[in-house]
Design a protein around this ligand. Structure first.
Ligand SMILES: [Zn+2]
Length: 301
């Protein structure tokens, strides 16, 4: 499978299936360098992109739909991996993932085509108290300020990678609100659901899906008591509607560490965890991360 070339040897992308798996075989490139490799993913998916370089660059950074895709070295050889997030509302079509490997005296550009395919999202109808939907002026001001606080958290880019081994589910339970659902609240269409709702008894422990740093603990109008963890390289996880928060801002957390308890604070119809993931600005299905194969991490489980 090795191909002797000055820069790129093998590009392999592995489809990480979300709720509805798509049949995509691992893609191996290297036999025909004049043929652009193609990756395929659904809206909301996460693609593990692995590239092998002939020597060690200083940095490897990709760009996809104006979003950064940082690459990091894994294993003993000059292998690099990056997580490419396809936003839940990226328009279906083909786009370029442009990768640049930078060396002290030159850069090596690479490009591959990524085909985004449509995901058929379910429709979810909800009935909520009017005061939770038709917001008064003061609440609107509050909600806008809270949205800005959250947005600012996602602007921070930690160059280190803290997800060093497989991701874990933050709580066991039944999915009660699917990622990407087109929401119709009190009869009117609203923003799509950007996470997964997992129903579980009030007080059930919620754990961190991987190592990271707590960037925000909050008690917001929509999210209720919530925690946002930074896992490095632009990957963030969110845990909302908690009845209790058991970590502090700027605290390092281990994978599986209890960070809070299931509740129904904020806008919630019953006890559940809203689990959301942001990957370099893309709203992706958190379940997609659970299927990342071992080659995505330098330390096998
Ligand atoms: Zn939710």
């Amino acid at each position: 499978m090795k191909y002797d070339c000055c820069c790129l040897i093998v590009i392999m992308a592995i489809m990480v299936a979300s709720v509805l798996p798509v049949e995509v075989a691992p893609y191996v490139w290297g036999e025909q360098l004049n043929e652009s490799p193609r990756l395929v993913g659904e809206q909301g998916d996460v693609l593990l992109v692995r590239i092998s370089l002939a020597d060690h660059p200083l940095t490897v950074v990709g760009t996809f739909l104006r979003r950064q895709v940082p690459f990091v070295s894994v294993g003993d050889g000059p292998d690099y991996v990056g997580l490419l997030g396809i936003d839940m509302q990226d328009t279906p079509g083909s786009y370029a993932l442009k990768i640049k490997a930078s060396y002290p005296d030159h850069t090596v550009p690479m490009s591959m085509s990524v085909r985004v395919i449509n995901h058929a999202y379910p429709v979810q109808r909800l009935t909520l108290p009017r005061t939770m939907v038709d917001l008064d002026k003061n609440t609107l001001v509050r909600v806008k300020a809270e949205a800005k606080t959250i947005k600012n958290v996602f602007l921070g880019l930690t160059k280190e990678r803290w997800w060093m081994s497989a991701f874990v589910k933050p709580v066991e339970g039944k999915v009660s609100g699917r990622f990407g659902s087109q929401r119709i609240i009190n009869g009117a269409p609203r923003s799509p659901h950007s996470g997964e709702d997992i129903a579980a008894p009030r007080g059930t422990a919620v754990v961190a899906m991987n190592e990271g740093m707590v960037r925000l603990t909050m008690d917001h109008f929509f999210t209720g008591k919530g925690v946002i963890i930074d896992h490095g390289l632009g990957l963030f996880s969110m845990y909302f509607h908690l009845s209790a928060i058991e970590v502090d801002q700027d605290q390092r957390v281990r994978k599986g560490q209890v960070i809070g308890k299931v509740g129904s604070t904020g806008r919630a119809t019953g006890p559940h965890l809203h689990w959301g993931v942001r990957l370099n600005g893309a709203r992706v299905n958190p379940y997609a991360l659970l299927s990342i194969p071992a080659e995505g991490f330098s330390q096998p489980e």
